[in-house]
Design a binder for this molecule. Structure first.
Ligand code: SF4
Length: 230
């Protein structure tokens, strides 16, 4: 089943009205029951959304943006999730390897132009793979940062012409931690080593206890988002 832009917009509006306050698994099931081809974006920071998706929609596709710059612990978390959860983990790679990018743009592009590096290694690969789907779900939460405080649970992704779900939008940090503990979820070990928000290794720093969780991302620059959510 394929959808026109108009149909997707109508479905997004319908979902937004119907799913306020709904449990995360209901949000995911709504998408599939609506006939949408759904993918879950999995950063492998925590695995709450992937776990919920594996129980509600066994076999669902999980997209991991394998930028070539991830921490070893993050890649190990991805591999553990792929082995243990009922999902199909797809590692999505950029068009160029890091070495090819270095040759074309110079080494350490992330230091000189992180927006371009993120565009090449995250945004473009995600945009391309999402062509295979009608909807995608992310683990975005309002509590994560000021810029995410208005995150809707269901929206229309204008840039990609997809439905975008944020089933955990209303979850607090404490809820995430409690759920992960109660269900003994696979966790990225960096979470307990001072990294409350985990991205690529060159652009992620430890943060002091109690500090803004995302302050360790692109620390020392004005950049706060990689671009896939804007
Ligand atoms: S987070 Fe850093 S290394 Fe990763 S894609 Fe963005 S700029 Fe490049």
């Amino acid at each position: 089943m394929s959808f026109t832009e108009r149909e997707l917009r109508a479905l997004a509006a319908e979902g937004a009205a119907a799913l306020t306050g709904s449990p995360a698994t209901e949000v995911l099931q709504w998408a599939v029951n609506s006939g949408l081809r759904l993918a879950i974006a999995g950063s492998m920071q925590d695995t709450v959304l992937v776990h919920l998706a594996s129980t509600a929609l066994p076999g669902v596709d999980v997209l991991f943006l394998d930028t070539g710059y991830h921490f070893r612990e993050t890649l190990q978390t991805r591999d553990r999730v792929a082995a243990a959860y009922s999902v199909r983990v797809r590692s999505i790679t950029p068009r160029q390897t890091v070495a090819e990018q270095d040759a074309d743009y110079g080494v350490a592009l992330h230091e000189r132009d992180p927006d371009l590096c993120c565009a090449l290694r995250k945004t473009q690969p995600l945009d391309e793979v999402l062509g295979e789907y009608d909807a995608w779900a992310t683990g975005l939460r309002r509590a994560e940062s000021e810029s995410r405080r208005d995150t809707p649970i269901v929206s229309y992704d204008e840039r990609r012409d997809k439905i975008k779900l944020a089933p955990l939008a209303a979850w607090s940090d404490e809820q995430v931690a409690a759920f992960a503990e109660a269900h003994d979820l696979i966790a990225n070990p960096l979470l307990s080593q001072g990294y409350p928000s985990i991205g690529c290794a060159p652009c992620t720093r430890r943060v002091a206890a109690g500090a803004d969780a995302r302050s360790g991302r692109w620390a020392g620059t004005a950049k706060t988002e990689c671009g896939i959510h804007v």
